[in-house]
Design a protein. Structure first.
Length: 240
């Protein structure tokens, strides 16, 4: 049997504002996202990329149409269902949102502790392992203030990935990074798809990393106007 899609949006519409100010931002979006793949949402500013991402990622309520995320319908889901779902998700944003008073390791541990599971020794080992995979083995005890922009973003990525989420939602994760750091981050996401079947949906304007995407969906004025599958590019896999 074919593996179920982790995300299925059907007849998805979204409106902002009320009364005369009510404006439709998303129009009849129908998307089925494949497991273990890196899917990119592109399009001009204001085309609805972030709105679609946040609707799929339980960060915005679905009112009109359907999103099934990991088998749960989001339109009308209960708070308990959202809590259970969010435990299986990872988020990466353009602004890294690290705690400035915590070290790199402590920031990554936050990604595990919000899930409230695991023994402390194993959690510490997992945090160190994830930071090492992202090339930060010699920065474990640094405060964010002493890290470069690229290093901070990699700490944020480690924090999102350390809990081994099933789906990762990333909004412009490479926007503030130089080419090499941006590529490292996206290669890591792609490697996770191959190694752990993690599904990533990523909004980006960054043409430098598009070749790594398995699929590129283009939005314009709230509608899907282009949807292209790409054959896998060669990737230097990071050791798990
Ligand atoms: N909170 C909001 N209130 C009212 N309108 C909004 C809100 N958020 C987004 N919009 C509108 O919805 C449309 C889609 O916005 P969205 O942020 O999803 O686009 P985007 O493609 O992610 O843009 P960008 O690349 O600039 O981030 C735009 O017309 C925007 O002005």
């Amino acid at each position: 049997m074919a593996e179920t899609s982790p995300i299925i949006a059907s007849g998805l519409n979204h409106f902002f504002g009320t009364g005369e100010a009510r404006k439709q931002a998303i129009w009849d979006v129908n998307l089925e996202i494949a497991p273990g793949k890196l899917t990119v949402l592109m399009g001009p500013s204001g085309s609805g990329k972030t709105t679609v991402l946040t609707l799929m990622g339980c960060l915005r309520e679905v009112h009109d149409g359907s999103v099934r995320l990991l088998g749960t319908e989001l339109n009308g889901a209960t708070e308990a269902q959202f809590v259970a779902l969010r435990r299986q998700l990872g988020f990466i944003f353009q602004a890294h949102n690290l705690h400035e008073s915590l070290t790199a390791t402590q920031n990554v541990l936050m990604g595990l502790q919000v899930h409230g599971r695991g023994d402390p020794g194993k959690q510490l080992a997992a945090a160190h392992h994830m930071l090492s995979l992202l090339g930060l083995a010699d920065r474990l005890d640094y405060l964010p203030g002493n890290l470069s922009g690229g290093q901070k973003q990699r700490v944020a990525v480690a924090r999102a990935l350390v809990s081994n989420p099933k789906v990762i939602f990333a909004d412009e994760p490479t926007a503030a990074l130089d080419k090499e750091s941006g590529r490292t981050v996206v290669e890591m996401l792609k490697a996770l798809g191959i190694q752990r079947n993690t599904t990533t949906v990523m909004v980006t304007h960054d043409n430098r990393i598009l070749e790594l995407a398995d699929r590129i969906i283009t939005l314009e004025e709230g509608r899907v106007v282009k949807d292209v599958m790409q054959s896998s590019s060669p990737l230097q896999l990071v050791e798990p």
